[in-house]
Structure formats: C-alpha cells, structure tokens
Design a protein around this ligand. Structure first.
Ligand code: ZN
Length: 218
C-alpha cells in the first residue's frame, strides 16, 4: 500500500471510530465548537505528534507545529512571523487556553542544523534560506550551549542540551507576547516546556524551581 492509500485507510478507521461508534459525541463536538484548554507548540517531526503522545481526542488540544518547535520573539508592528503569532493570539485571547506547552524532542533535525560545526552539515543559507533563517531564531540557545559544551564533550549530549535550551528560549520568547504576559500575570495561563525523548519514550517537563528537566510522571 502506498503512503497516500495508507492515509485513506487511516481515515476509514477514524470514520468508523468517531462517526459510526460515537456518533452522538461527534455531533456534540461538531455543533458546540472547540474549547481546548491547552495549546501545544511542537516540532513538525512526524514522530512527535502531540495528540498521539497525550492520547488527546478531538477538541482537546490546540496545536501548532513548525520546524524545531520555535516561538520567535514578539515583534511590535511589522512581524515576520504572523502565522505563529496569530495562532498564539487566537488561543490566548479567544479560546482562552489555560496552558501553553512548547515541546522539544531528541533527534531534532532543525536543532542539528542549528548546531552543526561542519559548514557542509549546515543547511545552505542560499538554497535553504528559509530553514537557515528560521532555525537561526534559536541562536541564543546555541550560544548558551556552546558556552557549556567543550569539543571533548559528546556531540549528541550537546545536541540534547540544545534541544532543551531551544524549548526554553521559545518559552522566554512566548512570555514576551503582550497578551501572553497579561494572561500569565492574571493567573489564567501557565507556560510549560516539555521534552520528548524519542528513544526511551520518556516525556520530561522543565522544573523552574530546580532549573532542569525531569520526568513528567513516574
Ligand atoms: Zn524537531
């Protein structure tokens, strides 16, 4: 079966699950509109789908995916990243989500490109100018990691640090959006940084009181 046919087969399973077995509930979801309580900003990587990782059903999470789960800094007036800003603004001001989670992950190609020492491994700034510009938003994370990683350190360990630091930089950037800041200050909204370790399947959460990521649950 080719990839496109697999999508169609997957839709048939969705249809049987939601429209056949749970039709009344589906009609409720369809007629009442969405009221998710959480926004998850995750990577576009196909292995870290937030709905699958959290076993969320229809209507339960508002989702934004982009390369390396980046939130750019807030720009007043002329913004270069209106798509993401609009999603955050809609989630906070209209859906009134109570939680925003930025979820980084191991083996992130975007972070690897950001951190590559060898120029040949890096995305070409000419041919891949969109990618290079985008991951460059996390240069503050790269700088912080390079200050703490020496050439003798294991490169993969430094990448893991960069993936975690990238999520934290995005959280800092997120807190700079005026409507996010106001919702946090009023106590309505909480920001979280998560990190999904693909190899082990462990989901970590950043603990500001400890200054490190720890398992979200035992
Ligand atoms: Zn990624």
């Amino acid at each position: 079966m080719d990839a496109y046919e697999e999508l169609i087969e997957g839709y048939k399973i969705f249809r049987a699950e939601y429209l056949d077995k749970r039709f009344e509930a589906y009609r409720d979801w369809a007629s009442k509109g969405q009221t998710p309580k959480s926004l998850i900003i995750g990577c576009s990587d196909s292995r870290v789908n937030p709905a699958i990782l959290t076993h969320a059903g229809l209507g339960e999470i508002f989702v934004v995916n982009n390369v390396a789960n980046i939130v750019p800094p807030y720009e007043k007036g002329e913004s270069h990243h209106k798509s993401l800003g609009a999603a955050i603004q809609y989630a906070v001001n209209h859906i009134e989500v109570e939680h925003i989670i930025v979820m980084g992950h191991s083996g992130c190609g975007g972070i690897a490109a950001l951190m590559a020492d060898d120029p040949d491994e890096r995305f070409d700034a000419g041919e891949d100018d969109y990618i290079a510009d985008w991951v460059g938003i996390l240069n503050p994370a790269k700088k912080a990691v390079l200050e703490n990683c020496s050439p003798e350190d294991n490169h993969d360990d430094c990448l893991r640090l960069a993936e975690m630091e990238g999520a934290l930089v995005s959280i800092q950037n997120l807190a700079g959006y005026p409507w996010v800041r106001e919702a946090v200050q009023s106590g309505h909204l909480t920001l979280h940084a998560w990190y999904f370790h693909i190899d082990s399947g462990e989901l970590l959460s950043y603990r500001p009181d400890e200054g490190r990521f720890r398992r979200l649950c035992q």
